[in-house]
Each structure stands twice: as C-alpha cells, then as structure tokens.
Design a protein around this ligand. Structure first.
Ligand code: NDP
Length: 282
C-alpha cells in the first residue's frame, strides 16, 4: 500500500517558515503585499481567493482584493493591472481565473509586470522557466516539485507522464520535470493510447480535471501518483482524477484530494510573494 503524501502538513510547515521570513522583512519596515483581482461572480474562485487571503493573514502578508463586475471591459482590467504595476506598495499581482469570456486572459497576464507576476504566467517568466533562468514558477508545478523532493522521491532519469497540457499546470509541470532530468511524456485529449503511456511511467501527474480517469489497471506497481484534479463526486465531495482507493494499493506514493496538491499550491503562492518582496527591496 502506498505512502500517502501529506500536502496539508508539508504546506503548514512551509507557511511557518515563510512567517519567519515575513517577520524579518517587517523588522526592515517591509510588509509583503499581494493584490488579487477577481472579475465576475464565480463561486469556486471565491473559495480559492478566501483560502489565499487566510494564508496571507497567517504569514503576515498584506492582502488586497479587487472585485470587478462581469461587465468589465478589457481596457479597464488592463488599467487596473497597470496601476498595480506602478504601485510600489504592491509586490505581487494575481489575476484569478477564470474571467468572463469576452475578456482576454493571456493579454492580461502579459500586462502584469514580470517582477510582480507571482503566478508565473507572464511570457517572460514562462521563458525563464524554459531556459532555466531565475523567475517565478507557476505555483502548482512548483509545489509538486517541492513535495516530491521533501519525500525524497527520485526524479532524475525517471519516466514522468503528465496528463494535461494547460499553460497553468501541464506545460510548466513538464518543464519543471525536464529541468530535474526526468524523461517527460505529455498526454492530452488527443493522446492515442493513454493507458500505454501511463503504464510505462514511474511518476504520473494527472491534471485533466476528469474524475476516475486514472484507474488501477492503467498504472504499474510502485508508481508515484500526483493528483492535481479537482472534481466533485456524486455526493458533491471534492475528489481528484485518480481512483484513489484502488490505485493506492499499487502505488508507492500517492497524493490525496483534498489535502495533497491544493495546500501546496497556496503555500507556493505565499513563497512567491515573499520572494517578490525581497527582490523588490534588495
Ligand atoms: P484544463 O481544462 O485547462 O486542462 C485539462 C487538460 O487535460 C487539457 O490539456 C486536456 O487536453 C487534458 N484532458 C482532458 N481530458 C482528457 C482525457 N480524457 N485524456 C487525456 N487528457 C485529457 O485544466 P487545468 O490544467 O487548468 O486544470 C486541470 C485540473 O487541475 C482541474 O481539475 C483543476 O481544477 C485542477 N487544478 C488544481 C489545482 C490545485 O492546486 N490542486 C491548481 C490548478 C488546477 P486538451 O488540451 O487536448 O484539451
């Protein structure tokens, strides 16, 4: 039976360390500051933003929320981002996705100053990750790398299969694994033989957003399973992409949902805000 990776506890320890760093910054008169923009009325986004605000409060990061109506024009969104870029108090800017359809989210990400882009979605940070330069790495992949390292799980030389190729999770995840010398396969909805790709993998990272997509017959004995998916089961309870109960019998390590990748994502956001505050106040 697999060792269950305790992302919740790991994230708690990371937040405690970050609080010490925030305290040190405060002694120098620096209060790290995160600005979060939400457009429209999305219940899931409200929950995510509330969790981020709680983590900020715990660490001592100033948190300011900008809630814009769903009728907001692209120009207005870009103006707000520009104001926050120019506001010296603000160290990190996060645009919560999704935003209403007519708005162009990548254009908005592009306009966030790379120095304040704590989500790592600005092309400059995307490029930095690709060529191995320092920058901001997207929080979910970063949290997964830290989680694997904390559990001493070997990445170097291992076969890693990633399900999903989004700009937020799948693609940066692949870059992170490549930079750690893994052999990476990226699967997506056009992948012909998903089972074959997964069966060969030492580590599977699933970010499809499809419940029960990864079943025990698709994985090899001793596989490491990282479940990024956030779905609802028939009872409305949060669940991942992986058939946890059956897959955990074959895997060597597995992350639960909830309590795995989710808390680490928020901890990494906090880490990126502290990093931004330090860099901007050398
Ligand atoms: P997207 O919908 O942007 O991407 C999903 C990806 O999965 C796509 O690349 C898609 O392929 C692929 N996919 C979908 N169905 C299949 C299939 N049947 N076989 C193979 N590939 C498939 O989602 P995100 O990347 O934004 O998020 C993925 C999941 O992770 C969601 O459940 C989301 O809620 C969760 N999430 C969790 C976070 C956390 O902190 N725990 C943070 C961010 C996301 P194609 O490109 O061909 O369409």
């Amino acid at each position: 039976m697999a060792i269950i990776i305790d992302g919740k506890n790991l994230a708690k320890n990371i937040r405690q360390d970050l609080k010490l760093e925030a305290d040190k910054l405060k002694e120098r008169g620096i209060i790290p500051h995160l600005a979060v923009i939400m457009v429209g009325d999305n219940d899931a986004s409200k929950v995510y933003v509330r969790n981020k605000s709680r983590a900020c409060e715990e660490i001592g990061i100033e948190f300011k929320e900008y809630i814009l109506p769903s009728t907001t024009k692209q120009k207005e969104l870009l103006e707000l981002i520009n104001n926050l870029n120019n506001d010296r108090k603000v160290n990190g800017i996060l645009l919560q996705s999704p935003i209403p359809k007519p708005l162009k989210i990548q254009e908005a990400f592009n306009s966030i100053s790379p120095e304040k882009d704590v989500d790592g979605f600005n092309p400059q940070n995307v490029g930095n990750l690709c060529i191995g330069q320092d920058g901001f790495i997207p929080c979910t992949p970063l949290g997964i790398v830290i989680m694997l390292e904390k559990y001493n799980i070997k990445i170097d030389g291992e076969k890693v299969a990633i399900i999903g190729r989004s700009n937020i999770v799948g693609k940066p995840m692949a870059q992170c694994m490549l930079s750690k010398n893994a052999t990476v396969t990226i699967c997506h909805s056009r992948t012909k033989e998903l089972k074959k790709e997964l069966k060969d993998a030492d580590i599977i990272i699933s970010a499809a957003g499809k419940r029960n997509m990864v079943t025990a017959d698709m994985v090899k004995d001793g596989v490491v399973i990282i479940d990024v998916g956030m779905n609802r089961n028939d009872e409305g309870k949060l669940c991942g992409d992986v058939d946890f109960e059956n897959v955990k019998e074959k895997a060597s390590y597995i992350t639960p949902v909830p309590g795995g990748v989710g808390p680490m994502t928020i901890a990494m956001l906090m880490s990126n805000v502290i990093k931004a505050a330090k860099k901007q106040n050398k």
